[in-house]
Design a protein around this ligand. Structure first.
Ligand SMILES: Cc1ncc(C[n+]2csc(CCOP(=O)(O)OP(=O)(O)O)c2C)c(N)n1
Ligand SMILES: [Mg+2]
Length: 759
């Protein structure tokens, strides 16, 4: 009780108007004390509720409320680091009860009630303590290992979600669509066949283009007869931080939306709401169609602890919202039905308060993350030995013969080929080897992709494994996350690098962060193929020649690879697939479009940029660069992608009039950069030329320069040639803004002159 008094005095210290947590807390107790048993008892059964269901849900509501109050109090003591609460949204207990704990859920941050109730499915879980651990950023937090306050639980199929509103909706669509695919996949479905997916979000968030894209994608898929058992729950409290949602907007907008079945439920009243929620859940489960459940809620105690609502809402309005408190309604139901007396309720309320406070203090005594190693432990798991074993595994030769036709048609028995063909054959082998892999994107099926890279995959593998998506990159990457959640390894294609940027958050904020925020309990392995970069002849302009790496380079945990030749491309893809299979990693494979068809290196017809298809066990370990002319002593060129053949050509020209020996390092792996191998090679040279086709700002060259300067005692002279910080123009002008062979030769000449002067 001492703890309780402590809470009271802390809350009381704030002025009454500002501290709405105190008001909400007082209101509840005052209201409950006025409740009297009625002459005629309310029959809960009439509302589809059993007594135990009601009592449990009411208790879950109180648990959630007391967690909010605790967080507000202990934030002041720096024992809790998060105060966005669930007060006013405790009606979500109905969803916690009416969905199964094996129905994957992607949650809104106001889902305390849902979590408390869902936890009842597994009695060994103590949801109050678990939440306190997360609030306290304790390492023992079972959801994120203390990395973030998230709603998440491996056992309860709650995939952790952080803060970007609506960003979880595309993956919810993908997970829903993944149920049918997963059933047929060799890896099998990790959840029961009749599961549904749930995602909830606020009224303001429903306006976000990411949410709109997800509603559209769900309806688009359902319209074509696919099962989309997805429950969108819009928790409508009428406001987003301080901006009001126009009255009636949600209903008006979704009631008659084609392809989305609209249900409305009273989230403020368990008796009224229960059947309404049940109808929505049942419809979704049995019809396997997307549902929009409009759950009416209210927001109590402000957006977060730091939000002083009195700044933008007048007191009458605040009090009107507080009068809608769903806990008042539940308390009245408890008394009206004869299940509890007001004393029972107060007693339960105080007991839960005590439990929350004690749990929070206990959580505060647990170890927090103390080292960088602990922070990043779950960010980028890597098991080199297992990855090697996996990458080197060969597919049964009979199966390959059946796939490619006959011995002669096996790609390794074919003459040397250019990159487009080798990637295409490489993908075929990969799809054969990883029977749970999927290839999808815009135009990848019948057409075989804009550059025919996926040609014939559709014919050779079923349309269930190779398919076109709708034209929305956020959806493509959301699907990838969802399919991965359901046990598959997606290989989505983003048609051009420029169009990745418009969906970047799906990798940056979501896919790449899942292992980190779930303490590696959840993962969404995938290999994203992105054709990109410049030098395209005949198909120009910025968006088909985008050379920006910046948005990819700093995404924590993401692997970015870029081949310069076809055989490397195949071997790198094998590594990426093995990394996805073993360590569940997310990677991006940038395919330089201009190299797809390149056959010659020094002169027309020399065929020196065609390569043999690698033997089945060949792969390139992550971070391993390729070095041309390794014995060279004078100058080192460091490059990747288009820069590699350009550099080799430039060296050929240069060597006609010079005797200096030049090595070329093809990085192949752009993120993470293998700083060690770069430095080990760089230290052997006194001059380095970096040929970086990316834009000057933020491109790979920056990382190479800083790796060398920071790590070598006697760093060599470094010169960098990069793309210009501009968008790429159309036509011949595009050549002005990118490095070219002539520039490389000129720079080599300058380097040599300088070396002579210094000698
Ligand atoms: C993409 C994005 N933009 C802005 C924010 C900041 N933000 C957090 S919550 C919020 C309002 C959300 O309101 P609503 O969807 O109605 O949910 P509620 O908080 O009312 O439950 C905003 C703007 C964010 N988290 N993500
Ligand atoms: Mg809202």
């Amino acid at each position: 009780m001492a703890i309780l008094k402590n809470l009271k005095s802390k809350l009381a210290n704030k002025s009454k108007n500002i501290n709405r947590a105190q008001v909400v807390d007082d209101n509840f107790k005052e209201f409950v004390n006025t409740l009297k048993k009625p002459n005629k008892l309310l029959i809960l059964k009439d509302y589809g509720l059993t007594e135990s269901a009601f009592i449990e849900m009411f208790t879950s509501q109180i648990m959630s409320r007391q967690l909010d109050l605790m967080a507000r109090a202990l934030r002041l003591e720096n024992k809790v680091f998060y105060t966005i609460g669930s007060s006013g949204h405790e009606g979500s207990v109905m969803l916690g009860r009416l969905t199964r704990h094996t129905d994957p859920a992607f949650l809104h941050y106001r889902s305390g009630g849902f979590m408390m109730e869902r936890s009842r499915h597994i009695p060994s879980i103590d949801p109050i303590y678990d939440t306190c651990l997360s609030f306290a950023a304790s390492q023992a937090d079972p959801a994120s290992g203390g990395r973030h306050k998230v709603w998440g639980s491996k056992d309860l199929w709650v995939l952790p979600q952080t803060s970007t509103i609506a960003s979880h909706l595309p993956k919810a669509v993908g997970t829903a669509l993944g149920i049918e695919l997963g059933k047929r996949s060799v890896s099998g479905l990790p959840i029961p066949d009749d599961s549904i997916i749930m995602c909830n979000f606020g009224d303001a968030s429903s306006n976000h283009s990411t949410a709109q894209g997800a509603f559209n994608a769900a309806a688009w898929a359902s319209y074509q007869g696919l099962d989309v058992p997805l429950l969108f729950v819009c928790e409508d409290n009428g406001i987003g931080i301080s901006v009001k949602t126009p009255s009636g907007w949600i209903e008006r907008n979704y009631k008659h939306r084609p392809g989305l079945q609209y249900f409305k439920a009273d989230g403020l009243d368990l008796a009224q709401g229960y059947r309404q929620v049940k109808r929505a859940v049942d419809f979704c489960r049995f019809e396997r169609k997307p549902v929009f459940l409009h759950l009416q809620t209210t927001r109590l105690m402000g957006h977060a602890g730091t939000d002083f609502e009195v700044d933008y809402r007048n007191i009458d309005e605040l009090e009107a919202e507080e009068a809608k408190d769903p806990l008042l309604k539940s308390a009245k139901l408890a008394v009206d039905s004869g299940l509890m007396s007001s004393n029972d309720i107060i007693d339960l309320y105080e007991r839960m308060n005590q439990r929350c406070m004690e749990s929070a203090y206990k959580a505060d005594r647990q170890k927090r993350i103390e080292t960088i190693e602990e922070v990043i432990e779950s960010l980028a798991p890597y098991s080199p030995v297992d990855v090697k074993i996996q990458a080197e595994k060969c597919v049964d030769q009979d199966k390959r013969l059946a796939l490619f036709g006959n011995q002669k048609l096996l790609p390794e028995n074919q003459p040397a080929k250019h990159m487009a063909i080798l990637i295409n054959k490489g993908l075929m082998d990969i799809m054969l080897k990883y029977e749970n892999s999927l290839v999808f994107g815009e135009d990848v099926a019948q057409k075989g992709g804009v550059y025919t890279l996926t040609k014939n995959l559709y014919k050779k593998f079923s349309p269930k494994r190779v398919f076109n998506t709708l034209l929305d990159e956020q959806t493509i990457l959301g699907l990838a996350q969802g399919y991965a959640n359901m046990g598959m390894i997606p290989i989505p294609e983003i048609q051009y690098l420029a169009y990745f940027h418009n969906a970047c958050d799906q990798i940056r904020g979501e896919a790449a962060s899942l292992q980190f925020f779930s303490n590696n309990q959840y993962a969404n392995p995938m290999v994203v193929r992105i054709p990109g970069l410049g030098y395209q002849k005949g198909f120009g302009g910025h968006f088909h020649n985008d050379n920006s790496f910046t948005a990819l380079r700093d995404i924590p945990g993401l692997i970015v690879a870029c081949p310069s030749r076809g055989d490397d491309a195949v071997k790198i893809m094998r590594t990426l697939m093995a990394l996805a299979h073993v360590d569940k990693r997310v990677s991006v494979f940038i395919e330089p479009i201009a190299l797809y068809m390149k056959k010659d290196l020094y002169k027309e017809g020399d065929n020196k940029w065609t390569f043999n298809y690698p033997q089945c066990e060949d792969y390139i370990p992550i971070g391993e660069a390729k070095i041309y002319n390794e014995k060279a002593k004078d100058i080192l060129i460091i490059s990747y992608g288009n820069g590699v053949p350009m550099s080799l050509e430039a060296i050929d020209i240069f060597n006609k009039s010079h005797s200096e020996s030049i090595a070329t390092m093809d990085l192949r792996w752009l993120q993470p950069l293998n700083k060690k191998s770069i430095c080990q090679l760089a230290m052997k040279f006194d001059t380095i030329l970096i040929v970086d086709e990316g834009r000057e700002s933020g491109s790979v060259g920056e990382g190479v320069v800083s790796a060398i300067i920071e790590n070598l005692n006697n760093p060599p002279q470094i010169k960098k040639i990069t793309g210009v910080d501009t968008f790429t123009p159309l036509g011949d002008a595009s050549a002005l803004v990118l490095p070219n062979v002539k520039m490389i030769v000129e720079n080599l000449n300058k380097i040599v002159e300088k070396r002579k002067l210094n000698a």
